[in-house]
Design a protein around this ligand. Sequence first.
Ligand SMILES: C[S@@+](CC[C@H](N)C(=O)[O-])C[C@H]1O[C@@H](n2cnc3c(N)ncnc32)[C@H](O)[C@@H]1O
Length: 211
Amino acid sequence: MNSDIFSNKQKLFDLWAPNYDCLLTTVFYQAVHKRLLEYVELTDQQPHVLDLGCGTGRLLNRLAAQFPTLQGTGVDLSAEMLSQAQQRHHYRDRLMYKQGNAESLPLEENQFDAVFNTISFLHYPNPQQVFLEVSRVLRPNGRFYLVDYTVREEMGSNIQLPLSPGGLRFYSPQQRQHFGQETGLECLAHYYLLGPVMLTIFAKLAGRVNG
Ligand SMILES: C[S@@+](CC[C@H](N)C(=O)[O-])C[C@H]1O[C@@H](n2cnc3c(N)ncnc32)[C@H](O)[C@@H]1O
């Protein structure tokens, strides 16, 4: 069942990929990326970051421009999104891309100073599993920047819409916090970035070493 969902999601994003950066939606996503950068702190001399559900790699390129020593990895379900990212990106020596599923990342544990996830979390049928994977690949004290549409707690902590294969899922700030508590990620803050799009920043608890 889940494998059908992922294969149908992948087909949808493969179709979208060649036009992803020309459509009106990209103007919105670019504005969200810019607002996100106002909150990003990377203290390591040579930060190593992951963009999960990276699409065409626009956020990673922005991060590489802002942090000249940053090394970045982008993971996405869609081979076509990654192909667009590889054709267009400017920092070939510092950015790399891998195909993979957020639920079972093809990456070693405890290696990233920060994980980014922008407008992708709504597509995950098993969100808790993705949190576990993010916690696994982050270094202790590493940050998780989760950016997605949110809903108010009174509307239900978790709303599903049948708009894409497997549905779309929206979570309240409290529900995000709960995912973090269950997986060793402390919720530091929530910020509205643009309309209903909210950034939640988590820190991996220092005592938690996965592997
Ligand atoms: C709306 S796009 C956002 C892309 C990019 N993060 C941005 O801000 O422009 C959602 C992305 O999530 C990816 N995605 C969806 N489900 C995924 C999964 N289970 N694992 C990895 N990537 C996934 C899609 O392939 C797509 O590239």
